[in-house]
Design a protein around this ligand. Structure first.
Ligand SMILES: [Zn+2]
Length: 431
């Protein structure tokens, strides 16, 4: 890592997300890209001293499921059923270039950073372009190369081999972690699932996949194999730790138990599920999964199905959707929601204690929110978590650090100038 000056944020309202969920008025010291210390009136001097009395400091959000390159296609496939939506997506897919993917990832990454997200887990192909965009913006990313059977893909070559090569190219990168990402049971055969698992075991990597998003997907799978997707993935010997299953909407009790037993984490994507009405009357059974000990984080899904990459909105929506559906205002309280969007996302990625928390030794991935912003004020130690989850909007995000580096400084991106951002936003390719 290139040397980054030590930094002290003084007098902030700090939502630490530590083991005890401490919220305090105090200082954060940052050295070597990590949190060196957190506490009241710390005596050490830093290279850069920041008066943060007006700031609420919290860990950056972890967006546990995206297709960031799709940000270019926001607003082209709304109010369609899932089949119509996919048809529209495939028509764009055919003409998309790697340069388009990079531009889409820059735009989506910019939206995430400006909204307080410091880490995201993505699934796509042409991921080198996404890696380059992430690197440039300074956002932390876990990039899953989409794996599916050769007959279903527009990728050149065999997707699982493409994933392997991609992982080789980005091995040991500070901010970009590569992994394979099977698209879902509808386009991935038993052989391909197992080859992916072999690859992930060999490289000790995570695996990300779509799971039981729509009822049709589950019914079709039962029709073909006589088993529901989770039952089938267990039977073929695929399920195991280090896996993050996006959506996980249509799960029966035995599947919930299997996911918990096999330590498979879920990425709950309520905005996408509710907009595509793929959840029908249901949602990912977050409470039941958590009760069995499974890890559940929150993902936005792509800008085509969810339209927003805002984790503030998604965290808010998760709380409201579950309280409403369960007739229980105590369901998923604010602290649990913030945990899901930070600490639990980190656990899902195998980064417990390093991401999603402000404790000594953790990465300095932090967001400074302006406490005078009308969507956050008035705020104090008692209301900090609730106001973040239930009322704050992106306008309150002042500055963002990833690995101790300022990637957003008072609303401006460090890695992408205003002019270039405007050029991408106002004259995007593919549109
Ligand atoms: Zn998805």
């Amino acid at each position: 890592m290139s040397s980054v000056p030590t930094r002290a944020l003084r007098g902030a309202l700090i939502v630490t997300q530590d083991e005890k969920r401490t919220v305090l008025r105090g200082d954060v010291l940052i050295a070597d890209g990590k949190i060196a210390e957190v506490g009241k009136s710390l005596p050490q001097k830093a290279d850069v001293e920041v008066d943060a009395h007006r700031m609420l400091v919290a860990p950056g959000f972890i967006n546990l499921h995206t297709h960031v390159a799709n940000t270019l296609l926001r607003g082209v496939a709304d109010d369609l059923d899932f089949g119509g939506f996919l048809e529209k997506m495939f028509s764009y897919d055919a003409k998309r270039t790697e340069a388009d993917i990079e531009v889409g990832a820059l735009l989506g990454g910019a939206e995430m950073l400006l909204g307080g997200t410091t880490t995201y887990l993505d699934m796509y192909y042409g991921m080198d372009a996404v890696g380059r965009a992430s690197e440039r913006l300074g956002i932390r990313s876990f990039l899953g190369w989409a794996v599916l059977d050769a007959q279903f893909t527009t990728q050149k070559g065999i997707p699982v081999d493409n994933a392997r090569e991609f992982m080789g190219r980005w091995k040991n990168h500070e901010l970009v972690t590569p992994l394979p990402a099977p698209q879902g049971v509808y386009v991935v055969s038993e052989e391909t699932w197992l080859k992916t698992k072999e690859l992930a075991d060999q490289k000790r990597s995570l695996v990300h996949y779509h799971l039981s998003e729509t009822l049709k997907e589950v019914e079709d799978h039962v029709g073909k194999h006589g088993l529901r997707p989770v039952e089938w993935l267990e039977k073929i010997g695929f399920l195991g730790p280090g896996q993050i299953a996006a959506h996980s909407v249509w799960l029966k009790n035995n599947e919930i138990a299997l996911m918990a037993q096999r330590k498979v984490a879920a990425a709950h994507c309520p905005s996408s599920n509710m907009k595509l009405a793929s959840g029908g009357g249901g949602l990912c059974p977050v409470t039941e999964l958590r009760a069995q000990g499974a890890v559940v984080g929150i993902g936005t899904d792509s800008s085509t199905s969810s339209n927003t990459l805002s984790m503030l909105r998604l965290t808010h929506l998760t709380g409201l959707a579950h309280k409403h559906a369960r007739h229980d205002p105590k369901s998923l309280p604010a602290q649990v929601l913030l945990d899901m969007a930070t600490r639990e996302g980190a656990r899902a990625l195998g980064q417990e204690g390093f991401l999603g928390t402000i404790v000594p030794g953790a990465a300095a991935d932090l967001v400074l929110y302006d406490m005078a912003h009308p969507s956050l004020a008035p705020v104090d130690t008692a209301s900090a978590v609730a106001n973040l989850v239930y009322s704050a909007n992106e306008g309150a995000v002042n500055s963002v650090f990833v690995g101790g580096r300022p990637v957003v400084d008072r609303g401006r991106l460090a890695g992408l100038g205003d002019e270039e951002l405007e050029k991408i936003a106002l004259s995007p390719p593919l549109r």
